[in-house]
Design a protein around this ligand. Structure first.
Ligand code: PRP
Ligand code: URA
Length: 207
């Protein structure tokens, strides 16, 4: 699984433990998802290319390095990916956002697309945001939809994954760079990640 990077940052591990804690309220669950998304983004953009930009400073006009923020399009997978948008947009303020709503059928575990509001992505770096990769069905679906919009590059930021789902993504989408805070043990017979977070959408939105 060469394209899957399990990040080791202590801040991410600490936030993940708070997310796993069943006593974490929906408000804090969303907040920690937003914060961990920032850490994942820092890791993903560690080697990002900078371009030179001329700006006015107190002693005149100077050239300094910047990230080309307009090239980034964040794509949260609703619902559970939504809180990750806040944190990532705080870091890259001038990025764009597109939205995908995908829900898996809890009986068949098949993914269903409800809403696609992702713009055309020519020349862009698409960054998918979804905390959970269980069977990998939702991320696989999202990647197929996003690839039709022709981005230059795709990154996926995820919080917890099961080896089964991540291996599916690695085989079907070796061109996508996945950054994840933890590769957990396994899936249970209902398709939930063990130990995981439980149902991330329900926990984030108090349902
Ligand atoms: C969760 C999660 C992923 C998906 C992962 O969403 O946010 O999108 O399950 O499972 P998979 O890898 O087996 O497809 P869910 O379908 O529960 O929708 P929700 O975020 O609206 O609750
Ligand atoms: N979706 C979740 O929210 N949690 C899981 O463990 C699996 C899918």
């Amino acid at each position: 699984m060469e394209n899957i990077k399990e990040i080791q940052h202590p801040i991410a591990k600490n936030l993940l433990t708070k997310l796993r804690d069943i006593n974490t309220t929906p408000y804090l669950f969303r907040k920690y998802l937003s914060e961990i998304a920032r850490v994942l983004l820092f890791e993903a953009l560690k080697e990002e290319k900078l371009v030179e930009k001329e700006i006015d400073i107190w002693i005149g006009r100077y050239v300094f390095p910047v990230i080309e923020e307009e090239k980034f399009v964040f794509i949260p997978i609703l619902r559970a990916g939504l809180p990750m948008l806040d944190g990532t947009l705080e870091v890259i303020n001038n990025a764009k956002a597109g939205f995908l709503a995908i829900k898996r059928d809890e009986e068949t575990l098949e993914s269903i697309l409800y809403y696609d509001r992702v713009p055309q992505l020519d020349g862009k770096t698409a960054i998918i945001l979804d905390p959970m990769v269980a069977t990998g069905g939702s991320l696989d679906y999202a990647l197929n939809v996003v690839k039709e919009k022709k981005p230059e590059r795709i990154i996926s930021l995820n919080v917890v994954g099961a080896p089964e789902g991540l291996s599916r993504i690695s085989h079907k989408h070796p061109d996508v760079s996945v950054y994840i805070a933890s590769i957990d043990e396994k899936l249970n017979d209902k398709g939930y990640i063990i130990p995981g977070l439980g149902d991330a959408g329900d926990r984030a939105f108090n349902t």
